[in-house]
Write a protein that binds this ligand. Structure first.
Ligand code: ADP
Ligand code: GLC
Length: 482
């Protein structure tokens, strides 16, 4: 029996492209620990980390009926932190080199892939001995689950007491496809309306999920407000406002089992708020690993980790790098994404060998190395639904310099407050970004006060325990007896 079933297109440690993976690796076990029985269902990707996990085949031919009446899925199960994780397997959809896209763009059949996934989830769940009380879907890839559930519930008593929650991790990705795919999705004709799945003549999967779910959450309170306005609403602001009664913001947490310099298998030396000496050892080791000048050990070194996309303000970062490097500091960048950004960063690295290093690629251990080894973390995001890297940076004693948007506002106490844990600037603008960096360098130079800021940042806690309580409260408000 499962009280809460989480539906997601990625889950750490099995699959991850960003924060969604981290959240799904931590939220379900945190809720599970508090009593409700949780399970997760996610695609079985060809490129997946199954190290140490035993898989059990649950169904070899689950009838899904999409895109052809005879199409089936395989369902696998494994144990993870006391709960079950189920995988939906269908090689032609998920056995690929990447999750959603290559450098040339999105996979052409993303809509079909995730219609298939969402249908398979409900077909499988329909065969459970009893229905989950809550089905909680995440982002556009799982977004058709709430509408399918809504329409099934009208005629099938099995679903009568099951409620749906849809979480928005990033409104910029809505799963917008052509009308033809709506007709293939199996949603009833009545869902093709401005109050349902239709959006300027297109099929919008996220919009459908907002329309037909019982509750909607966004991953920080500030982002939940921001998306109701034109600047961050991505065209859905009026629609979201008309549903604002069922929308709330619940701040993500950090999984301190994975992100804590006290105990981190990727670091040469561990450290904690009680004794930060090890941070300097991590810094020197990072400088060596990245072929950076040894003299930087006594200068501020900046770190950036993230998808090289417009969202993350990578263009602003690129714009300020020449000016930044005049300040006798170091810079390390880890990321992948937009090819033009990758090329520009690599070019800047060549011009500033020894003081700037760029690692293009997705490397989990280097993310830990940079979090621990840098002095100051850069996050000039144009928008940020929650952001996890700044939360990890706080824990690693690496005060962030960040735009005052979304979850960054909810997690950083900006300088010069007495209890400051970082630096923010009002909007994504190169001059404002540089001014905040100057503030950070000045603060870094006051070694005694800087140490105090590091310790304050490290002591800040954004636990999943707190977020899990808020989700459980929401599930109960919807009527779940858990
Ligand atoms: P988003 O989900 O928008 O990408 P978050 O800050 O919520 O941003 O989460 C990003 C996650 O992805 C963090 O765990 C971060 O360490 C990781 N990450 C991002 N880029 C890379 C990379 N190039 N290599 C390793 N980890 C990365
Ligand atoms: C998205 C957002 C990020 C958030 C993550 C996890 O990828 O861009 O801000 O932290 O989801 O919720």
């Amino acid at each position: 029996m499962h009280d809460v079933l989480y539906v997601t297109s990625e889950m750490y440690p099995f699959s991850k492209t960003g924060g969604l993976g981290d959240v799904m690796g931590a939220l379900p076990p945190s809720v599970h620990e508090k009593g409700p029985k949780t399970a997760v269902i996610t695609p079985f990707y060809g490129r997946m980390n199954l190290d140490g996990h035993k898989l059990r085949l649950v169904y070899s031919d689950l009838p899904v009926g999409y895109p052809w009446p005879s199409t089936t899925a395989e369902i696998y199960q494994t144990d993870y932190n006391g709960m079950s994780v189920y995988f939906v397997a269908r090689g032609e959809y998920f056995d690929r080199r990447h999750y959603y896209n290559t450098h040339n763009g999105d996979y052409f059949d993303n809509c079909e892939r995730f219609i298939f996934f969402c249908k398979a989830v409900l077909k499988w769940a329909r065969l459970l001995p009893s229905p989950p009380s809550i089905i909680h879907s995440h982002d556009w890839q799982s977004a058709l689950v709430p509408p399918y559930l809504h329409f099934e519930r009208l005629s099938d008593p099995f679903w009568k007491n099951t409620k749906s929650v849809a979480t928005i991790h990033n409104l910029a990705f809505q799963g917008r496809f052509s009308e033809r795919l709506f007709h293939e999705s199996g949603l009833p004709a009545e869902a093709w309306s401005m109050h349902g799945a239709e959006f300027y003549g297109d099929f919008n999967m996220l919009k459908a999920s907002i329309a037909y779910s019982d509750a909607v959450t966004a991953v920080s309170p500030t982002y939940a407000e921001e998306i109701l306005g034109v600047e961050f609403g991505c065209g859905l602001e009026d629609f979201l406002t008309s549903h604002s009664g069922k929308i709330e913001g619940i701040l993500n947490g950090a999984d301190y089992n994975v992100w804590d310099p006290c105990e981190d298998k990727f670091l040469p030396c561990c450290y904690s708020a009680d004794d930060i000496a090890g941070k300097q050892i991590c810094k020197q080791s990072m400088l060596r690993d990245f072929n950076m000048s040894d003299t930087l050990k006594d200068k501020p070194v900046f770190g950036f980790i993230g998808r090289l996309r417009n969202q993350k303000g990578v263009d602003l970062l690129i714009e300020i790098i020449p000016e930044l490097l005049k300040k006798d500091v170091g810079l390390i960048v880890l990321g992948e994404g937009n090819l033009a950004y990758e090329a520009q960063l690599l070019e800047l690295m060549e011009e500033s060998a020894g003081r700037m290093s760029v690692q293009v690629g997705y490397t989990e251990d280097l993310a830990h190395t940079i979090q621990a080894g840098s002095d100051i973390f850069l996050m000039p995001s144009r928008y940020e639904p929650c952001g996890l890297t700044q939360i990890y940076a706080l824990r690693f004693g690496t005060p962030p310099v960040a735009t005052a948007v979304g979850g960054l506002c909810d997690t950083i106490t900006p300088y010069p407050a007495e209890d400051a844990t970082g630096f923010t600037f009002a909007e994504p603008d190169a001059d404002l970004f540089l001014a905040a960096i100057d503030q950070a360098i000045e603060a870094w130079n006051d070694r005694k006060e800087w140490k105090k800021m590091i310790v304050r940042a490290m002591r800040k806690k954004f636990t999943w325990d707190r977020s899990a309580d808020e989700y459980i409260k929401l599930y109960r408000k919807l009527g779940a007896r858990i």
